[in-house]
Ligand binder design. Structure first.
Ligand SMILES: C[S@@+](CC[C@H](N)C(=O)[O-])C[C@H]1O[C@@H](n2cnc3c(N)ncnc32)[C@H](O)[C@@H]1O
Length: 255
């Protein structure tokens, strides 16, 4: 399907570098490439070739991974490797209602919105206004902001404006102190994911979930190692994102 005005796209050159832009069929200012006439994109489709200042580029619609990789970061984001596990293990799908604690830069929010749209909703609780604003800027860029709401408040005590959630995800250090406030907003049979960076926090989170009657409580860390592929010399990459966070998944039952 040909590109429409207003779409958020990127150009990718032979060197793999991306230039992001919002399509308009008038003049567009593009980082590093100057001002170009947006009419050149009229009738083009995902992956098509365009020549700009004598250089060849492909123009792409971003997927969720490119959106997450390119967002304006403040706090550490939940990276795609962990977001994949969250989406799968929490069985998140279109139409789901999700409560998220900790907007940060909106990394996980982007993945959640991409999955629950166009019939579901994500509601985020964040206690730092400036983080919520940064996340809002990033979420608006994706065009998925219509499926998102947030409230400023401490997840440990704020009156949460969202009920009957299918899933709760938390990215906060002391989730054990927020569960009594959060869990009444999760439906029976719903799933929770907690994400914490340290092992002592993991123990506290798991004990708190077990103590509240959650079932199928299991914790994991996701390792992802890239491969350098060269004919006759293929080996694992020397660089690896060694540690991000510990994930715990559990399911609420009627008690
Ligand atoms: C590491 S960041 C979240 C990053 C986010 N998951 C992402 O992928 O971009 C943690 C966020 O949780 C927020 N936070 C921590 N404790 C909180 C609490 N008790 N209530 C609400 N927000 C909290 C912080 O202000 C911060 O924005």
């Amino acid at each position: 399907m040909a590109f429409n005005e207003g779409e958020f796209l990127y150009l990718q050159g032979e060197d793999g570098k991306r230039s992001w832009f919002r399509l308009q069929f008038g003049m567009i200012k593009m980082g590093g490439l100057g001002v170009i006439d947006g009419k050149r994109f009229e009738g083009l489709d995902d992956g098509d070739v365009v020549e700009i200042v004598g250089r060849r580029f492909n123009v792409f619609r971003p997927g969720v991974v490119e959106l997450m990789e390119s967002l304006d970061r403040g706090a550490q984001i939940i990276t795609p490797k962990d977001a994949c596990a969250i989406l799968m293990e929490c069985d998140i799908k279109a139409g789901d209602r999700v409560i998220e604690v900790g907007a940060g830069s909106g990394g996980l929010t982007t993945a959640l919105l991409h999955t629950v749209a166009p019939t579901g909703h994500v509601h985020t609780v964040e206690f730092k206004e400036q983080n919520a604003e940064k996340a809002l800027k990033n979420v608006k860029r994706t065009g998925l902001d219509q499926y998102w709401s947030y409230q400023i408040g401490d997840a440990r005590s704020v009156d949460i404006d969202f009920d009957d959630a299918d899933v709760i995800t938390t990215d906060m250090p002391d989730v054990e102190n927020a569960l009594d406030n959060l869990v009444p907003h999760l439906r029976n049979g719903g799933r929770i994911c907690t994400y914490v960076p340290n092992a002592n926090q993991l123990e506290l989170a798991v004990n708190a979930l077990r103590g509240r009657g959650f079932t199928d409580v299991r914790s994991m860390e996701i390792m992802r190692r890239g491969m350098e592929v060269h004919n006759g010399g293929t080996r694992p990459s020397f660089e690896m994102l060694g540690h991000t966070g510990y994930l715990t998944f559990a399911r609420k039952r009627s008690v």
